[in-house]
Design a protein around this ligand. Structure first.
Ligand SMILES: Nc1ncnc2c1ncn2[C@@H]1O[C@H](COP(=O)(O)OP(=O)(O)OP(=O)(O)O)[C@@H](O)[C@H]1O
Length: 356
């Protein structure tokens, strides 16, 4: 059963349509990431669920109940913000205990719950510290503990790690995923960081200009983008502009088959779907322009005859030098039409497969 259902949610701020007809549901214990560029409406969706903004139209249902009539403090949601917003004059214990006391829990119960949750976020023994005596990462853990201790039905997290350095982000991300899975917390997580979304989420909702572009598992979003926007927003994608006529397109003198009507298209190919070989082949030919050693593999920029740079991955074993003449074998590709919709495509050479 869905724990949270958002139906045709729309929010207008005077002339700005911040959120348009967003529909999504989250299963019990699922972690869903809202992913998209700055200003695409992610935070506004979250704020409407928490009750800080009133929807222009649409419905929000939590555990079978429409929450429209509930003020933020009455909603079964807990929110963790980008800045920790801890009370600086209160100790860690007091920060976490505050909500429990408001809800009328007895002293002993409060003490028990606070130590349990501090254990969970790895801060046992920090009860008497003030926020100013904690690192940024520790403060954010207290913010998470303060929220989790109230056992919200839905945990809402708005870019909770964006104020932290890269290393700490990765560590906290893993910790939060661990806590979320251990407690089976249904979580909606907002981020503009695709890597964060890909590593954290059970499913990702990609948003653009207030609308949902695609909903799917991280692997589906990566491997089967349904729009050009998603294809370019997630991971590295080579885009080759071309024109389709009678099912065929030409790039740099080589032919490609596209399942779509005539018009302008972009052929989209992931770097890992291009094999590079020094042996002359039937596919595109190019010259090695740049080689980036990325540890496990090399990312090679090659220049086609038409001047376009294409990124491809190469293993560590094959010798490769700048200026080498090299041939490309494309194993998988798709095409996007002028409206950004996806179409199946394949190069006219042996060994190619169709996807999409
Ligand atoms: N209170 C408000 N009044 C007017 N416009 C607003 C208000 N809040 C948000 N907006 C506008 O709505 C749009 C969506 O904003 P929102 O904060 O939801 O985006 P976001 O995807 O969360 O962006 P970011 O990642 O930068 O936080 C933006 O164009 C923003 O300027």
């Amino acid at each position: 059963m869905s724990k949270l259902i958002v139906e045709n949610l729309t929010k207008n701020f005077s002339s700005t349509q911040a959120v348009s007809e967003v529909s999504v549901s989250i299963g019990d214990g699922e972690l869903l990431c809202l992913l998209g560029p700055s200003g695409c409406g992610k935070s506004t969706v979250l704020r409407m669920i928490a009750g800080f903004e009133t929807p222009t139209s649409g419905r929000i249902v939590i555990d079978g109940e429409d929450v429209a009539h509930l003020t933020p403090d009455k909603r079964p949601t807990g929110m963790v913000f980008q800045s920790h917003a801890l009370w600086s004059h209160m100790t860690v214990f007091q920060n976490i205990a505050f909500g429990l006391k408001l809800r009328g829990f007895a002293r002993e119960a409060v003490r028990g719950k606070v130590s349990e949750v501090l254990e969970l976020v790895g801060l046992a023994g920090y009860e008497r510290r003030y926020p100013g005596q904690l690192s940024g990462g520790q403060q954010q853990r207290v913010a998470i503990a303060r929220c989790v201790v109230l056992t919200p039905k839905i945990l809402l997290m708005d870019e909770p790690f964006s104020a932290l350095d890269a290393h700490l982000r990765v560590r906290l991300r893993e910790e939060v995923r661990g806590i979320q899975q251990r407690l089976g917390l249904t979580t909606l997580f907002v981020t503009h960081d695709q890597e964060e979304a890909l590593t954290l989420a059970d499913r990702i909702v990609v948003m653009k200009s207030g609308r949902v572009e695609q909903i799917g598992s991280p692997s589906a979003i990566y491997a089967q983008p349904v729009t050009r926007f998603v294809a370019e927003f997630i991971g590295t994608m080579n885009m080759m502009e071309t024109t389709v006529s009678a099912g065929a397109a030409t790039v740099d003198g080589k032919s490609f088959a596209v399942d779509g009507s005539d018009g302008p298209y972009a052929l989209a190919i992931r770097p890992e779907d291009i094999g590079l070989s020094h042996a002359p082949g039937a596919g595109l030919s190019a010259v090695v322009e740049r080689i980036l050693d990325l540890g496990a593999f090399r990312m090679v920029d090659v220049r086609l005859g038409n001047g376009q740079i294409v990124k491809a991955q190469m293993g560590k074993t094959e010798a490769c030098r700048i200026g080498d003449r090299i041939w490309l074998a494309v194993s998988a590709m798709v095409a996007f039409d002028a409206g950004g919709a996806v179409h199946a495509a394949r190069p006219f050479h042996p060994g190619a497969r169709l996807h999409g």
